[in-house]
Design a protein around this ligand. Structure first.
Ligand SMILES: [Zn+2]
Length: 521
């Protein structure tokens, strides 16, 4: 007998030999349940009533809605702890996420969030959204608010107090914790003391500190030390966002890095990590330009560009920097979204330089990068991660699966494919094809692990009494057709997705339903 009957209700059902279908709004029948714990899959029907799973087992009769999951996996809806879907109240369908099985989004990452978290949750509630959403409060957001336009300095005591009170207000309004983006403006200019002080504010609320660290290359150990120090001194748990080793010089160290984190955990810290399943990253092209060119904002950069001597110095430093990283050119950097000249989207910097300047010399590549920034900036895709490291990070039991993507507008620009494919890629490429992970472990990394880490009550498992956030997928077919050069394809093989017991994806189509909620801490 393959069925499990964990509930007292089901015990009563068992006595009567079957459960009665009229007790349910939805029944998902004949599927194999991968419940999110990491335990082996088992065959069972899943009954849903008033938004929650109320029975797991053999269920007879008919309900208002039935889903035939024969040959399919029934899993908890995926929880993506690292997204940039901050505009979800304005773009409530979130189809790129739902179509890859994601039912709960964490936003406010990499130091950037809504400043007014209370207002964020009010807008989510009044507009209605398809997935659930949680937000962090962003360090860069509060630093910018408190310090105005001059950033390359520590805050004054008054400014620090202002930042702390903004973080405190956000936590009282329901934020789940604090995020930093320590390669971005203006956080790049902050010292560790400042982050410790802000993290102390979230500690009494049991908030989490999520960090896009200062370094993700061979200097990663120094960056981890900073995360550990924040966790230790502020007494908070910490999440290393999108863990990776960027650039050939850093490759091959995944085992060392994981051992380094394990050592910190053994010393009493609670450190976890998340990762996307791609060997390219994505962020603004501005990251290729030294940070100090932007202290004081865009005006300073414009002035600098107008001064030939200073501009030449900046270009010379960029040349030094790329060579120091062991690279000959910028072919690894591909333009994803450039409003000023959309014909460059999808070209790497070498190709773009050739197109706009008639030459792809390193000088012309650097000139092209500076032009992108002068003409309103561009986002990019950067091919700089090694497959072996990626798989080692993925196999670690404390690594969650998170895409680091925003909401996608279908057909717009040439964005990183992770926003369409991440979870499907893990289930297709890394579970089915490469066997890097057991199916049950992969699902755990997308469900109960993130739910526990971000303290989500009653989510992340297929369990009686838990919210019915559910992804139903075909383990033989789930695939990520989104490619770097052709990203606008939804994940396939995930025909049914429910949020709070309501179908949001039915037979591979968005139903238009908006059952999602803002989940306050
Ligand atoms: Zn980031």
């Amino acid at each position: 007998m393959n069925f499990r009957f964990p509930s007292t209700f089901l015990a009563a059902c068992l006595a009567a030999s079957v459960c009665y279908a009229e007790n349910f709004d939805v029944i998902i029948r004949h599927g194999r349940v991968v419940d999110g714990t990491g335990n082996p899959a088992y065959f069972a029907d899943v009954g849903i009533k008033d938004g929650r799973v109320t029975a797991i087992g053999q269920i007879a009769g008919a309900a208002n809605a039935e889903i035939d999951a024969t040959g399919l996996i029934v899993a908890p809806g995926f929880i993506d702890v690292h997204t940039h879907a901050d505009e979800v109240a304005e773009q409530p369908r979130a189809e790129n996420f739902l179509r890859m099985g994601v039912t709960t989004l964490v936003v406010g990452n990499c130091g950037g969030s809504a400043l007014d978290v209370g207002k964020f949750f009010r807008e989510v509630a009044s507009n209605g959204i398809s997935p659930n959403v949680i937000t962090l409060i962003g360090h860069n957001t509060v630093r910018e608010k408190a310090m105005g336009g001059s950033f390359d300095r520590p805050p004054t005591p008054d400014e620090l107090e202002k930042m702390k009170s903004l973080v405190d207000q956000a936590m009282r309004d329901g934020a789940a914790g604090l995020s930093t983006g320590l390669i971005y403006l203006p956080g790049v200019f902050s010292k560790t003391d400042e982050i410790v002080e802000l993290a102390k504010v979230i500690s009494p609320y049991d908030g989490i500190y999520a960090s896009h660290m200062r370094h993700e290359d061979s200097e990663i150990y120094a960056a981890l030390d900073e995360v550990f120090r924040v966790a230790r001194e502020a007494k908070v748990r910490a999440e290393v966002s999108h863990i990776k080793l960027s650039g050939e010089k850093a490759w091959g160290k995944a085992d060392d890095v994981l051992a380094y984190i394990e050592k910190a955990r053994a010393g009493g810290l609670d450190i976890t990590h998340d990762q996307y399943a791609y060997t390219a990253s994505s962020t603004t092209m501005r990251q290729l330009i030294p940070d100090d060119a932007f202290d004081g904002g865009k005006d300073k950069f414009r002035k600098l560009m107008a001064d030939p001597e200073q501009k030449a110095k900046l270009a010379a430093r960029m040349k030094e920097k790329i060579r120091a990283r062991g690279r000959e050119d910028y072919a690894y950097a591909v333009i994803a979204s450039y409003k000023h000249d959309k014909s460059l989207n999808g070209l790497n910097i070498v190709e773009a330089a050739k197109k706009v300047r008639g030459s792809d010399s390193l000088d012309d590549q650097i000139e092209t990068i500076l032009e992108l920034e002068q003409n309103g900036s561009a986002s990019g895709v950067f091919h700089g991660i090694n497959e072996t490291d990626l798989q080692k990070f993925m196999q670690h039991p404390n690594t969650m699966i998170a895409c680091d993507s925003g909401l996608r507008e279908f057909g717009k620009d040439v964005p990183h494919p992770r926003g369409y494919g991440n979870n499907a890629r893990v289930l297709g490429r890394y579970v089915r094809e490469l066997k890097t992970l057991r199916l049950e472990d992969a699902v755990r990394k997308m469900t109960s692990l993130p739910a526990n880490t971000f303290r989500l009550k009653d989510r992340g498992l297929i369990k009686e009494g838990f919210w019915a956030d559910i992804a139903v997928f075909d383990p033989e077919k789930v695939t990520d057709p989104a490619a770097y050069n052709d990203p606008h394809h939804y994940a396939t093989g995930i025909p049914f997705v429910l949020v709070n017991g309501v179908s949001v994806i039915r037979n591979n189509e968005h139903t238009g339903a908006k059952p999602g909620r803002g989940l306050k801490r």
